[in-house]
Write a protein that binds this ligand. Structure first.
Ligand code: SF4
Ligand code: SF4
Length: 506
C-alpha cells in the first residue's frame, strides 16, 4: 500500500480508502462477509474508512464497528452529519455521539460535513449555532480530530469553500471523466494544504461499464480499465486517498492491484496525457474544459460547460442511480439531470429555452460540439421530466394546500428534508403545521429539518388534513400501503408524477 500525508492533519492515509455503501449486507451472513472484506482491506494496508449513520440503513456503521473490534491496526474512521438532517450545533453534536456509540469507538478521526451542495449551503452550515459549531464542540472534547466536508457543488463554490480556511480536508468527485474541470480544485486545495479524498473514482461504475470506450486510459500492465482509472487519479500528487466501494473480494483485489505499485513521475505524466488526449478524441464528448464560457460566458446565463458536460450522460449508460425507472428516454433524462444537479447544483427556471442562438459558445468549443442544438434538446427534456423550478413550484403549491391546518410528509428521508426546504422557500406563509411520519422505529424521536418524526400509529390522533408522499422510488407502493387513511378523511397525495425526475437532494 502507498501512503500520502493528508493536508496538514499530520496523518498519512492509504491510497485506497474503503467506501461502505456497496456491501451486499442485508442478513447476518452478508454482514459477516462485509466485516471480513473490511478486515482483508485493512490487512492489505488500507487505513481509511468512509462511513455514515445512514449508509445501508445504519448497517455500515455496525460493519465498521465489528471490523475495528477484530483488528489490532490503527484505522481512521469518519462520522458524518448533513444539513438535510442536522440544522443546529446540538443536532450535529448528538449525531456525532450517536455514530460513535453505534460504531463502538470513543473518537472518530474525521468529521465530514456531508453533501455540501453550494457555497450558500456552506454559509448556513457554518453560521453561529449551526452544524459546524456542533463539530467544533466535538473536536474540543476530543470526539473527532479533524473537520472536513464532502462537496457536490460548482468548481467556483468549491474553491470559495476551500479558501474559507474552515476545513482540513475535502471529499470530491474526481475521475478521468471530470479531471479537466476539477483540476483547479486540486490545485487550490494543494496550495492551501487542504487534504483531498476522492469519491466516484470509477465514475460511479460508468468507467468499468464502458470498458471498450475507455480502454485508451490503459497503459502497459493495467489488467482492467478500473485499475487504469484508479492509477490515473493517483498519478495526481494532490490526491491522498481514493474511495472505492467494494461488494466482494474480487473488486477489492482489483482495486488493490492498481495502487500497490509505485509510479514514477514520467509514468504519472504519461497517464494524465493519455487520458486527456483520449477524451479529446471522442467525437462530441464535452471535456468540461470551460473554453465556451470564456469572455463573460453566455449572454442568456446558460452555463454551457455544465450543460454540455451533463449531456455526456446521453452517450454513456450507467454511473448514476436509475431510481427504478426503466424507459430508455427517462433513463437518459435522469443521467443528464442528475449530473447537472449533483455536479453543478443547476436547476433550470422553467422548461423554456432561453438560448439566443448567438453562437458565441460554439465558436469557442474545443470539441466542436453543436451546443445550440443540445441546449434546445436539454430544455425539451427538462420540460417533459418536470426538472425545472416552475414545475416544482406548481407541484408544491398544489400538494401543500394552504387551507389545511396540518399536513404530514411520508416517509422520513434526506429527500423529505429537501422537499421541506422547498416548501419553506416557496410557501413562506404556509399556515399548516408539518409532521413527518415513518414506520422505521429506529427513527422515533429523531428529526428531519427540525420536524420530529412521528409513529404512524399516532395518525388518528394527529389527524392531518393530508399526507404528502415525498418518495419518488416507491411512491406507488407507499400509496397502496397508506391509502386506507383516506377512509378516515385524510387526503393522500403523491408529490411526483410518474414522468417526474427527482428534483435533487439525492
Ligand atoms: S448560443 Fe445560446 S447557449 Fe450559446 S452563448 Fe449564445 S445564448 Fe448562450
Ligand atoms: S468548450 Fe466544448 S468541450 Fe469545453 S466545456 Fe465547453 S462545450 Fe465542453
Amino acid at each position: 500500500m502507498l501512503y500520502r500525508p493528508f493536508g496538514k492533519t499530520g496523518k498519512m492515509l492509504s491510497a485506497l480508502g474503503i467506501g461502505t455503501t456497496r456491501f451486499p449486507a442485508k442478513t447476518g451472513a452478508g454482514i459477516e462477509n462485509a466485516v471480513r472484506l473490511v478486515l482483508e482491506a485493512i490487512d492489505n494496508g488500507v487505513n481509511y474508512i468512509d462511513t455514515s449513520h445512514s449508509y445501508l440503513g445504519g448497517r455500515a456503521e455496525e460493519i465498521v464497528g465489528a471490523a475495528l473490534r477484530r483488528t489490532g491496526k490503527e484505522v481512521y474512521v469518519t462520522v458524518k452529519s448533513s444539513y438535510a438532517n442536522d440544522r443546529t450545533a446540538d443536532e450535529c453534536y448528538s449525531r456525532i455521539c450517536a455514530s460513535l456509540e453505534h460504531i463502538g469507538i470513543k473518537k472518530a478521526h474525521f468529521f465530514i460535513m456531508w453533501s455540501v451542495f453550494s457555497y450558500s449551503d456552506f454559509l448556513k452550515m457554518t453560521e453561529r449555532g449551526g452544524l459546524y459549531d456542533g463539530a467544533l464542540r466535538a473536536k474540543k472534547e476530543g470526539l473527532v480530530d479533524h473537520i472536513c466536508a464532502s462537496l457536490h457543488c460548482t468548481v467556483n463554490d468549491m474553491i470559495k469553500i476551500i479558501e474559507s480556511g474552515l476545513l482540513e480536508g475535502i471529499t470530491i468527485t474526481y475521475s478521468v471523466l471530470n479531471q479537466k474541470m476539477m483540476d483547479r480544485v486540486l490545485r487550490r486545495a494543494a496550495e492551501l494544504n487542504v487534504g483531498i479524498v476522492t469519491m466516484n473514482t470509477l465514475g460511479g461504475g460508468l468507467i468499468p461499464q464502458n470498458e471498450k470506450t475507455f480502454s485508451f486510459i490503459k497503459t502497459e500492465g493495467d489488467a482492467t480499465v478500473s485499475r487504469a482509472a484508479l492509477s490515473f487519479c493517483y498519478a495526481h500528487g494532490e490526491i491522498t486517498t481514493m474511495l472505492s466501494g467494494m461488494a466482494n473480494a474480487g473488486e477489492l483485489h482489483d482495486n488493490l492491484g492498481a495502487v500497490l505499485r509505485v509510479m514514477d513521475r514520467a509514468e504519472a505524466e504519461k497517464r494524465i496525457e493519455l487520458a486527456e488526449k483520449g477524451f479529446e478524441g471522442i467525437t462530441g464528448y464535452c471535456t468540461g474544459c470551460g473554453y465556451c464560457m470564456a469572455d463573460g460566458g453566455c449572454p442568456a446565463g446558460i452555463d454551457t460547460a455544465a450543460f454540455m458536460y451533463s449531456y455526456n450522460g446521453i452517450f454513456f449508460p450507467g454511473g448514476v442511480p436509475d431510481f427504478r425507472r426503466t424507459e430508455e428516454r427517462m433513463l437518459e433524462n435522469i443521467r443528464i439531470c442528475y449530473r447537472l444537479k449533483m455536479s453543478f447544483n443547476i436547476l433550470p427556471e422553467s422548461g423554456e429555452n432561453p438560448c439566443l442562438e448567438c453562437g458565441n459558445c460554439e465558436k469557442k468549443c474545443t470539441q466542436k460540439i453543436q451546443i445550440i442544438k443540445r441546449v434546445r434538446e436539454m430544455y425539451r427534456r427538462f420540460d417533459e421530466s418536470g426538472y425545472n423550478k416552475k414545475h416544482i413550484i406548481k407541484k408544491i403549491t398544489e400538494a401543500f394546500d394552504n387551507n389545511h391546518a396540518k399536513i404530514g410528509l411520508w416517509p422520513a428521508s434526506v429527500y423529505t428534508s429537501f422537499i421541506i426546504d422547498y416548501v419553506r422557500e416557496i410557501l413562506p406563509g404556509l399556515g399548516a403545521e408539518l409532521f413527518i411520519f415513518d414506520k422505521n422505529e429506529k427513527l422515533r424521536g429523531t428529526v428531519n429539518s427540525g420536524i420530529k418524526i412521528q409513529n404512524p400509529a399516532l395518525l388518528p390522533r394527529i389527524k392531518p388534513d393530508a399526507i404528502v408522499i415525498t418518495n419518488y422510488n416507491y411512491e406507488a407502493d407507499i400509496y397502496e400501503s397508506i391509502k386506507h387513511y383516506e377512509n378516515d378523511g385524510i387526503k393522500v397525495v403523491k408529490l411526483h408524477d410518474k414522468n417526474d425526475l427527482p428534483w435533487g437532494g439525492f
